[in-house]
Write a protein that binds this ligand. Structure first.
Ligand SMILES: Cc1ncc(COP(=O)(O)O)c(C=O)c1O
Length: 394
């Protein structure tokens, strides 16, 4: 057996998106790409903004001596300073390069954070519905994930959250705007999460870190403002990337930012830098660091995502689907018309529409669709959504 029993088991648990991908590939071969409506992946179809290509060209036209060599494991100081400047402007807190580590995307950032903070048996609390990789990341570093259920608006059930915290809880992980629901956690929710954490810290005598996985932070609709975790808890850490806001998922560029007022921040930073190195990332990609240093205030055209959100929300709710209206990111999480979300997504496959069952995000009875696809794909999917709904609603 080539793969360990443990990894085979984990692969089976995390296979929903892969299954849809395989089904999609088979359908595309049978019916042609244009007749398959694949809404299963969070891979933005938008190209990076023009500023990205200008910066790329600058590097080619005016090569920078030493750019491609090894560097400090935290990343180029100029890039970290640029990230800190943007954070200072957004939060009013006194961020400097010393609180920033450049990483291989948000996934890399979370692995570095978990490796740095977790002892064997420590718990990471996540809020359902969640990005399934969190459980694997916790397991990578000897921790275990613990899911807290949502309320009807897909915000955390705060009573359940409070009772879920134990003396093994080390990390509380939030993701807003959320994958898969598109829901944004407002200042009030984050304030209550912060209060609960602080109360539990006093009770258990243990430090608990609030980690915010926020790759969709800048993809917000209807003029909504982002509420930062830094205002809520001094032991807060951001893990993020430019995979979505600059449409660069293949380039693996992101960062970690640690609250500037945390009194053990310098020890924490040493740990994060050590783990970035020893997990084998060594440092985040050099060219991308050089480029994103210039693009901290640039974002893809969010209006296009909002138009797609409006279109799909209107069309699907007209058909009869129920859902919480997304406020950001590029996902929707409608209720399955039948209890069995796997059966319903299989019905959609019969109409060449690919989505992911809600149980892939720890929340059965729903399904996730990604609308970061072309308008033609969205329009083409509607007939299948209608037929599958009519066949399955009472
Ligand atoms: C909620 C969430 N966190 C993290 C990631 C990983 O992003 P990155 O490409 O920056 O590793 C994704 C990717 O889809 C995501 O949806």
């Amino acid at each position: 057996m080539a793969v360990s029993r443990k990894i085979s088991g984990l692969m089976e648990q995390g296979s929903w998106i892969r299954k849809m991908f395989e089904e999609g590939a088979a359908l595309k071969q049978q019916f042609g790409d244009e007749n398959v409506f694949d809404l299963s992946l969070g891979n933005p179809i938008m190209e990076p903004p023009p500023e990205f290509f200008s910066e790329l060209k600058r590097i080619v036209d005016e090569p920078i001596s030493g750019l491609h060599r090894y560097m400090p494991n935290a990343g180029f100081v100029e890039t970290r300073a640029a990230v800190a400047a943007q954070l200072r402007e957004e939060t009013g807190l006194d961020f400097t390069a010393n609180q920033v580590v450049m990483t291989a995307g948000a996934g890399g950032a979370m692995n570095v954070i978990f490796k740095t903070l977790l002892d064997p048996g420590d718990e990471v609390i996540v809020f359902a519905p969640y990005f399934v990789e969190y459980f694997f990341y916790a397991d990578n570093h000897g921790g275990t994930g613990h899911a807290v259920p949502p309320d009807d608006a897909f915000l955390p059930d705060l009573d359940a959250f409070e009772s879920a915290i134990t003396d093994r809880t080390r990390i509380v992980l939030v993701n807003s705007p959320n994958n898969p629901t598109g829901v944004l956690y407002g200042a009030d929710v984050l304030a209550r999460i912060g209060d609960i954490i602080q109360r539990k810290e006093r009770e258990t005598g243990r430090e608990i870190f609030l980690v915010s996985d926020e790759p969709y932070r800048k993809i917000l609709f209807d003029g909504l403002e982002y509420s930062h975790v830094f205002e809520r808890h001094v032991r807060s850490i951001v893990a993020t990337s430019h995979s979505k806001d600059l449409a660069l998922p293949g380039e693996r560029i992101g960062f970690i930012a640690v609250h500037p007022d945390y009194d053990e921040g310098s020890e924490l930073m040493d740990g994060l830098v050590f783990c970035n190195r020893t997990l084998g990332f060594v440092n985040a990609p050099a060219m991308m660091q050089n480029i994103v240093a210039k693009l901290q205030s640039v974002t893809v055209d969010v209006a296009q995502y909002q138009d797609k959100r409006d279109f799909m929300y209107e069309q699907l709710t007209d058909i009869g689907y129920e859902m919480v209206k997304p406020q950001g990111a590029f996902y929707m999480f409608p209720k399955s018309p039948i209890d069995d979300d796997v059966e319903f997504t299989a019905e959609l496959v019969k109409h060449n529409v690919l989505v992911v069952p809600g149980r892939g995000f720890g929340t059965p009875g729903y399904f996730r669709l990604s609308y970061c696809v072309t308008d033609e794909t969205l329009e083409g999917s509607l007939d299948g959504f209608r037929q599958a709904f009519e066949r399955n609603s009472a």
